[in-house]
Every structure is written in C-alpha cells, then in structure tokens.
Design a protein around this ligand. Structure first.
Ligand code: BGC
Ligand code: BGC
Length: 612
C-alpha cells in the first residue's frame, strides 16, 4: 500500500475523540505563578552568561570527570541514564548520589538547586528493592486512568524516598508498529489512550502542585511521532502529513500540557526526514506557541549530536529551534562533551548566532520550573522516607494495578479460574520463576535482564505457592517435563528483556517467542494436562504455536515485581477486566496493523478481552 493510501485509511479509522480539533490550550497556572516568574526573573538578572549556560547543561553522572565540575560549570542538572547508576543502587545509595550532587550546587555563587533526573518509567526502576509497576502497554490495557495515576503516585513516593524529583516519564508514544522495541513504553496504538492515560500519569507524578511534598517533575516524551516511524525503526523517520501527525501523535501532548506537564523531551526520530531536535516549527511554533507549553525542553541522550557532523552547528540549530536543556553523556575524554558544549554555546552567543533572548528564554523556563517545585527548600533527601521504597503498602497498590492489566485472550473448557482445591499443579516454563523476564527492560540495567535483577517482589510461581498453600502440590518445571498426572498446568513464557535499539525486530527478525519456551509448552501439552498459558511480552507476539497448545491464554505484558496480581486472576479472586491496547496480528505480514481496518482477519481485535 502506498503511504498516502495508508495514511487515508488510518485517518478514517482513528476514533471520533482523536478527530477533535487540536485547540491551543494555554495553561493558566494556579496561584503563585507570578511569584515563580518573579523569582526566575530576579535570578536571571543576577546571572552571568556562563551561569546561564550552566543551567542549560545536563551531564550524565558517569560522564562527570569530577563532582566539583558541577560547581565549576554551575551545572543545572545531572542525570543517571539507563546504565549510569551509582555504585550503590540501594535507596540509600541513590539518595547519597543525589545529595552529593546537590551539595556541589550549594557551592555555586547563586546556589541554584540542581535537578537530578532518572528514568523512573515503571516504578523507580533503577533502585534495588523498589516496586516495579507494569510497563505502559499493560496500563493501556487497563483503560483506567485511576490505575495509571496510582502507579505514578507510588513511583513519585519511591523517588522522594531517594531525594530524586525528576523522571523522564511518561512516554506518550502512540506505537503503530510492533516491530518497534519501545512498543511497551506506549499505552497503545490509539491516540485516545495517550490522551487519557498520559495526563493521568502526569497527575500522579506532579500531584496538584509541583511544590507538594510528594510531587516530582514529569517529562513527557518523546515529542513527537516516535511511535510512528517507518518499519517501526527506533530513532527512525515518521512519514506522514501534518494532519496525521496531529491526529495520531499529538493528542497525548495536548492533554499532558493541559495537565501541567512541566518538561518535555523531543524524540531522536525525524518527521519526514527532519530530526525533531532541530525542528523549530514543531518545538517552538507548535509546542511553545500554539499549545502554550511554558515548561522547558530537555534533549534526549546525545541526541543533538545526530543533527550533523559539526557539534557547534548542532548546538546552534537545536538551541535556536527551541531546546532549553541538553543531555550530555560525554566527559572531557570524548568528543561532544560537556566542556565543549558550554564553550561552544558561549562562542555562539558571542558571535551573535544564538541570540541572548533565546538563552534568557531557556533559562527563565528552567528556573521557573525549579521555583514551582520549591526545589531550593528541599534539595536533599529525607532519610525518613527511604523506608517507603519497596514497602508492603506500595506493593499492594502495584498488585492491584497488575490484575487490572491482564487480558484474557482464550479460555476454553473453563480452565480458568483454576480451582483452589486441586491436588497437583504444574507451574512450567522458563518465565515462571524469573522476576527479570516479568519486569522487562528498564529494570536495573538499561536493557533489563533475566533472573534476579531486583530484590523483593514475587514471581508467578512464588505467588501461586503463597496463594494455594501447602495443601496443593506444586511442581516447578522450567522445561515442561514431569507434567503427567497433574490436575492443571500454568505455563509461563515470554520475550526476553530488551529496551530501545536492541528491541527492534526488523527485517527477517520476527516476533516469535523463544524456542525453549515453546518447547516447554509443547511438552506440558503432550502430557495431556489442561493448560493455562501466561505470556510476558512488550507487544503482541506470534501466538500461533501458543494458541494450539493452550486452553487458556493470559496476555500479562510486562507486569513488574508483583506476581500476586497474576495469581489473583488465575485463581479467580479477580475477574479479568483489561482490553487489548493493540490489534493482535496473525503474523508478521500484517504488521503494521492498527485500528479495525482489517478486523476480519487479525488474530484479536483492538479492545478484545474475555472475562469469567
Ligand atoms: C532514551 C530516553 C531516556 C534517556 C535517558 C534515551 O536513550 O531515548 O527515553 O529518557 O535515554 O536515559
Ligand atoms: C544509557 C541510556 C541511553 C543509551 C543510548 C545507555 O548507556 O544508559 O540512557 O539511552 O546508552 O546509547
């Protein structure tokens, strides 16, 4: 199909809600907005050019040559990227890393507090012992803004427990091609999901006021069209006309800005061949102008470096396009590092290539958000809150979120719910007792990992044991052997963890489940036992061999640490309520398949989901 034909089809099938005109929404901040502006204005008047540029500079903790560089360059922000954790990844270790950086900011002339950012994208997921929530795809299946808000609220609380007040979340991508390895970071294939659930996440993170004790700063990403790239290529090119871009990929931002989202991250990707990080029309005219976004824009990780081979030209283009803060993962031993950035940006200002008014606008936006957060009065972690990280209370909330994200795809012979009075249950498959597979990417390591990546939490095996008690014999069989004679089997299989870049399945790579998982399922099937299969995946995967071998199938997405929520559904303590946030294709040839336009031939329609 030609691009235009597909675009037209796509337009025809986006729902009425998404077709509402995108109206300019100028957010009017509640009381105090004038004060925050005044604070920012006063600080700005006192600042030197070096200090202003420092505020616009965000350095990865691992790239910092010396902690003292925070004070030396008056850095406005530090981040820890997916693989840039401090050595001690307990809550206490994270709090110390944050506090050490803040301590340096206090040594600067103006003592402007530092913003410390992390990717807390499904819970505070770089912290050992934290509660991990379902990735966004599962939250999309819940269809429930209250679930999303609660998950974000607990994430904020766990962040506060480490003194960290900025997360690069929520991702409001509208994933249109399952080959894309970031599909699970999206709430689903339709714009309404992003527009409804994105602001719920912002509400959970930012609370009613950014200055509230349990509020953290949200960062809506990746603006705009990251989920629409051709062939689902990560950091690729989204080819569509402006009407389509606005109808499919923009509504999440319109809604998040209305909710008060105070930072936004542009996407690595391009729109019709032009990279977002240098796109003045999309960053300045549309986002800051038409939509009235008055927070600040933080670049993605070394993303401006991709604009062209000359770093100075990249800085000029991106800052003039409207970028306010730049995320720099390189230290002085590498090209395009933070010392180079501050030096070259200063040169550009002195040469008249970046107007002083643009610098002032960027810094004013950053300072205003810091003022709204009342960051100056709460720079350091509160030791009293550390104990909240991974608390039983938080895990109960996550458990409830999990059970609301599970989509029942098949249930023949009423295999589910399982009876609690069976004698012998086989719990099989490589994922039955693997918290790493259950959590997916962005869990401790950037790409996630199999096995015990994180302490605390409950696998499906552990949850079933706990729920059924000693009266039921449970046989754990990773490879599916030994199922003969059991009353029932729960087989847990799934994609192995991945994140951006590594998760793409392009070209001849397909969305098959691992061979060992399918072999385990087959073996259980051959034992003639009723089989309920739980699938962990970041997107619709190829279910052909699974359907044939399973009496029941539960799409569990990437639920996180609280496997008890899965046991609740398997045992009927909670009846499935979730609905597919994606159309489920029959095979690779149907991808991309969005909305209903081929509803008669797909495996499961968008919105499908059984219950008991
Ligand atoms: C990702 C962002 C993330 C950033 C910082 C980038 O590679 O695209 O989503 O927030 O890294 O870790
Ligand atoms: C970082 C990520 C980043 C990626 C990009 C990783 O090492 O931790 O945050 O997105 O590199 O190359």
């Amino acid at each position: 199909m030609t691009m235009t034909a597909r675009t037209i089809l796509t337009c025809l099938f986006v729902s009425a809600a998404a077709l509402l005109p995108v109206v300019a929404s100028v957010r009017t901040f509640a009381a105090g907005d004038d004060d925050h502006s005044a604070t920012a204005e006063k600080q700005l008047r006192e600042m030197t050019l070096d200090e202003k540029i420092g505020q616009m500079t965000q350095v990865d903790l691992k790239a910092l040559k010396d902690l003292g560089d925070i004070a030396k360059y008056s850095l406005g922000s530090i981040l820890c990227g997916g693989n840039s954790d401090p050595d001690d990844i307990t809550a206490a270790g994270w709090a110390k890393a944050q506090d050490d950086c803040q301590g340096q900011a206090l040594k600067t002339r103006l003592k402007i507090p530092l913003l410390f950012g992390v990717d807390a994208v499904h819970g505070h997921n770089n912290v050992d012992g934290a509660v991990i929530f379902p990735h966004n795809i599962g939250l999309g299946a819940s269809r429930d803004p209250a679930v999303v808000e609660k998950a974000a609220r607990i994430t904020a609380r766990e962040m506060i427990g480490t003194g960290i007040r900025w997360t690069f979340a929520p991702c409001v991508a509208v994933a249109r091609n399952e080959r894309w390895g970031r599909t699970y970071e999206s709430f689903g294939e339709r714009p309404e999901l992003a527009a409804e659930l994105g602001p719920a996440a912002v509400r959970g993170l930012q609370g009613d006021s950014l200055a509230a004790a349990e509020s953290v700063l949200a960062c809506v990403k990746h603006y705009v069209g990251d989920g629409g790239t051709t062939d689902g290529q990560d950091q690729g090119n989204t080819e569509c006309d402006e009407k389509t871009l606005r109808q499919i990929h923009l509504p999440g931002y319109v809604a998040a800005i209305k909710q008060g989202a105070a930072s936004i991250m542009p996407s690595y990707s391009s729109w019709n061949g032009k990279k977002l990080h240098g796109h003045k029309y999309l960053l300045t005219d549309l986002l800051k102008g038409e939509l009235g976004f008055d927070g600040f824009l933080i670049s993605d990780w070394a993303a401006i470096d991709q604009l062209g081979p000359d770093y100075k030209a990249d800085i000029e283009q991106s800052i003039n396009a409207g970028l306010d803060m730049v995320m720099i993962p390189n230290g002085p031993d590498k090209p395009n590092n933070y010392v180079e950035f501050v030096t070259k940006l200063k040169e550009l200002v002195n040469e008249g290539k970046v107007p002083m008014s643009r610098i002032d606008d960027a810094v004013r936006r950053i300072l205003k958000v810091k003022a709204k957060m009342n960051l100056a009065d709460r720079r350091f972690s509160d030791p009293g809150l550390k104990a909240k990280v991974g608390s039983a209370e938080h895990r109960e909330v996550a458990r409830d979120c999990v059970r609301k994200t599970l989509v029942l795809l098949k249930n023949e012979k009423k295999v589910l719910p399982l009876s609690k009075s069976i004698k012998k249950l086989v719990v099989a498959g490589p994922a039955a007792d693997d918290i790493g597979i259950q959590c997916g990417g962005w869990t401790i390591p950037w790409q996630g990992a199999t096995g015990n990546v994180i302490h605390g939490g409950t696998t499906v095996l552990a949850a079933l044991k706990e729920a059924l008690g000693p009266g039921v014999e449970i046989v754990h069989s990773p490879d599916g052997s030994g199922a003969t004679g059991a009353d029932a089997a729960v087989v847990v299989i799934g994609e192995r963890p991945y994140a951006e870049m590594f998760g793409d399945r392009r070209g001849d790579k397909d969305l098959s489940l691992p061979a060992e998982d399918l072999a385990a399922l087959k073996k259980v099937r051959e034992a003639g036992v009723p089989v309920a299969t739980v699938v962990f995946s970041g997107r619709p995967v190829l279910l052909d061999p699974v359907i044939a071998s399973s009496d029941a199938i539960l799409a569990a997405w990437l639920p996180g640490t609280e496997g008890r929520g899965i046991a609740d559904v398997l045992l009927g303590d909670y009846k499935p309520t979730a609905k597919l946030p994606h159309t489920w294709p029959l095979g690779m040839a149907q991808i991309p398949c969005n909305n209903e336009y081929n509803a008669d031939v797909v495996l499961f329609r968008f919105g499908f989901g059984l219950t008991y």
